[in-house]
Design a protein around this ligand. Structure first.
Ligand code: HPA
Length: 273
C-alpha cells in the first residue's frame, strides 16, 4: 500500500467528513463498535466509501468511520478493523490507522478484546497496555521502507505513551472506572490460543492475549503518532478459564462493560487532542 494511497484516503476522509483535520483517531475493537452510535452529531462514513479501506467481515466488527467533535476536538472513530486472520496483508490491516494519522491524528487510541492471563485479571477488566509482545513473527513494516512515512528502524521503547497512560489513569479515577495496566501478547488467531501457548505468553510477561492492535501500534509509531491502547478482558484465556472459549462470551462481556467503557472513552478522547 503506497504513500499515495494513504494520502488519497486521508483526503477523502477530509472531504466526506467536512473536517480539515482530525486530531485523534480511535479504533473500536470486538464488541465495542456500538460506542460510536451514541456520539451526537457524528458524520458516518462507511469504509466502502474510503479508497483503500478494507471492509471488515467479522460479526461484532462494523466498518464505519465516524467523524465527531468532542469538547471542540475533532476525532475520527474507526468502528471495526481488519484482522490478519481474515487474510488481509498487514499493510491492509494498518491502512485505516495510517490514513487517519495522515488526516491529522497525532494520537491514536486502540481498543480491543482480549483473554486475560495475568495474575488477578478477571473477565470484564479494562486494562491499559503498558507494552506488547509480538510473538507472531510478522511485522507491518516488512519490505522497503518509505521514508516519507517514517524511519526504517522505529524505536518502540515507549510504544504506549507514558504521559497518555498517566492521563488515562487520572481520568479513570475521575469518572470512577477501574483501569488496570498490563502487557498484551499478539497472536494471529483465528484459533484461540492453546493452554500451553497461554502459559508460554504468561511466562514471557504477558497479561493479555489477543489478535489485533500490535500491528496498528507499530504503524502509528512508525509515522510518529502517539499511541494509547485499552483492552477489555472479555474472558480468562484458554486453560485459565474453566470453560471453553467462545465469540459469544466475548460479545456478552463487551455488552456488560459497555457503560464503563463509554464513560472512560468519553472522558478520555477529548483530552487526547
Ligand atoms: N484470545 C485471543 N483473542 C481474544 C481472546 C482470547 O482469549 N478473547 C478475546 N479476544
Amino acid at each position: 500500500m503506497t504513500y499515495e494511497a494513504i494520502q488519497t484516503a486521508a483526503a477523502e476522509i477530509r472531504t466526506l467528513s467536512g473536517r480539515s483535520e482530525h486530531r485523534v483517531a480511535a479504533v473500536l475493537g470486538s464488541g465495542l463498535s456500538s460506542y460510536a452510535e451514541h456520539l451526537p452529531g457524528s458524520v458516518a462514513i462507511p469504509y466502502s466509501e474510503l479508497p483503500g479501506f478494507p471492509v471488515p467481515k467479522v460479526a461484532g466488527h462494523a466498518g464505519t468511520a465516524y467523524s465527531v467533535e468532542l469538547d471542540g476536538v475533532p476525532i475520527l472513530i474507526l468502528a471495526g478493523r481488519a484482522h490478519f486472520y481474515e487474510g488481509y496483508a498487514l499493510d491492509q490491516v494498518v491502512f485505516a490507522v495510517r490514513a487517519s494519522v495522515a488526516a491529522g491524528a497525532a494520537t491514536v487510541m486502540l481498543t480491543n478484546a482480549s483473554g486475560g492471563c495475568g495474575d488477578g485479571l478477571e473477565a470484564g477488566d479494562l486494562v491499559m497496555l503498558s507494552d506488547h509482545l509480538n510473538l507472531t513473527g510478522q511485522n507491518p513494516l516488512f519490505g522497503p521502507n518509505d521514508d516519507r512515512l517514517g524511519t526504517r528502524f522505529p524505536d518502540l521503547s515507549a510504544a504506549y505513551d507514558p504521559d497518555l497512560r498517566q492521563l488515562a489513569h487520572q481520568l479513570a479515577g475521575e469518572v470512577d472506572v477501574a483501569l488496570k495496566e498490563g502487557v498484551y501478547a499478539w497472536f494471529t488467531g483465528p484459533t484461540y490460543e492453546t493452554p500451553a501457548e497461554v502459559q508460554m505468553a504468561k511466562r514471557l510477561g504477558a497479561d493479555m492475549v489477543g489478535m489485533s492492535t500490535v500491528p496498528e501500534t507499530i504503524a502509528a509509531r512508525h509515522m510518529g503518532a502517539r499511541v494509547i491502547a485499552i483492552s477489555l478482558v472479555t474472558n480468562l484465556a484458554a486453560g485459565i478459564s474453566p470453560v471453553p472459549l467462545s465469540h459469544e462470551e466475548v460479545q456478552e462481556t463487551a455488552d456488560e462493560a459497555r457503560e464503563r467503557f463509554t464513560r472512560l472513552v468519553d472522558g478520555l478522547l477529548p483530552r487526547l487532542g
